[in-house]
Write a protein that binds this ligand. Sequence first.
Ligand code: 5GP
Length: 189
Amino acid sequence: MDELKKRILQDGRVLNDQVLKVDRFLNHQIDVDLMDRMGHAFFDHYRDSGITRVLTVESSGIAVACSVARRFQVPVVFARKTRSLTMVDDQYTAEVFSFTRQKKFTIMLNKRFLESDDRVLLVDDFLAKGQALLGLINIVHQSGATLSGAAIVIEKAFQEGGRLVRAVGVEVYSLARIASLKNGKVLFS
Ligand code: 5GP
């Protein structure tokens, strides 16, 4: 998606060889018009997949997940990273190691929000080492739902996540694929 690539070059900040900061438009301050157009791009790609649920993990995947779900006219469900007193129902759980936080945590999803006859589209802002997506894939498998693919805003193709997720048979569709962040520069694949 050319508009997204331009925006990454204009407003992204390369923090080091591994990490890109995009908090001006994607995961702190949010450009809702750009979100809307990205939602449309994902909808175009998956329009014939019969999606009934969009699934992400809190928090930075939620905005783009909502834009996609609006196009499909289906609900968004997001896995939670912290337990709250209101979580009294049965939960699907999976262990995830966070690349940006460098710690392990459990993601949780109320069993009532994912049924075995659902067709699920996973959505996230970044694909790095693939741990967040593999956790979500694990939860979808537990539910017996059908997985239609993973819609990713920015895939860092030099990290192993894309390979790991594709290796378990999940189609990954990314709007921008980054080949390198070396020397403070963003290089697209
Ligand atoms: P993974 O589980 O694929 O290693 O990482 C996925 C999650 O880590 C994403 O949902 C995103 O929130 C965060 N993340 C990974 N790499 C980056 C990055 O370069 N920049 C930012 N802002 N977040 C990242």
